[in-house]
Design a binder for this molecule. Structure first.
Ligand code: 3PG
Length: 205
């Protein structure tokens, strides 16, 4: 059985910060800043070296949060993120092998899609949510709307080009479970440790 991402998403705001952490030291102050604004579901991407350590640290020290791993591209990375304690896995693409492995561990997985064929793969493997990526380039809200009739049970988690200005247009769609992006956690602000500014951005959402 595979854990439903839709169920997991109910534990927080429908906006998921997608985070490329510049250093491990940023993990706790950033997570605390975001959670103080109601962001309980965080995606830590494997784009920086400290990502696995950060996932482990956050899972162990902030049990009230839901910590996922993003940019997971192969089964080795998937295993590493599961070992670190990731509670959900997000991938830029769709891999039946990775979905099967996540299922073995009873962990929610959200594969990236840009076409109906990829959505069919995810649906036929029993998943209830896919990541539309890169959402803006894939057709944004129009694409998601046009998939509703064909995939009535499938929900979308759009990321990639989603911004503060248009996130609410995505969230207004009935088949969008949540939306995400890096706009909440700009690299320069994380590097400077400017948690006040990140708090300001988060509060606007
Ligand atoms: C992702 O990994 O989901 C995206 O790269 C986030 O895209 P953004 O940087 O355009 O928000």
């Amino acid at each position: 059985m595979t854990i439903s991402f839709q169920e997991l998403a109910k534990k927080g705001k429908p906006i998921v910060p997608v985070i490329a952490l510049p250093s491990l030291e940023c993990a706790l102050p950033l997570a605390d800043t975001l959670s103080s604004c109601g962001f309980n579901i965080l995606e830590i991407t494997l784009r920086t070296e400290c990502a696995l350590d950060a996932i482990k640290l956050l899972v162990e020290s902030r049990p009230q949060l839901v910590i996922g791993a993003g940019t997971v591209k192969n089964t080795l990375q998937l295993q590493q993120t599961l070992d670190a304690g990731a509670q959900f896995i997000v991938s830029p693409g769709t891999s039946a092998e990775m979905i099967a492995k996540a299922r073995e561990y009873n962990t929610a997985v959200v594969p990236g899609v840009m076409t109906p064929s990829e959505i069919m793969v995810a649906e036929n493997l029993g998943l209830d949510t896919v990541k539309l990526f890169p959402a803006a380039l894939a057709g944004g809200t129009d694409f998601i709307t046009s998939m509703a009739a064909v995939f009535p049970g499938m929900k979308f988690f759009p990321t990639g080009g989603v911004s503060e200005d248009d996130v609410n247009r995505y969230l207004a769609l009935p088949n969008v479970v949540c939306a995400g992006g890096t706009w909440l956690t700009p690299k320069t602000l994380m590097e400077k440790g400017d948690w006040n500014k990140i708090h300001e951005i988060a509060q606007r959402c």
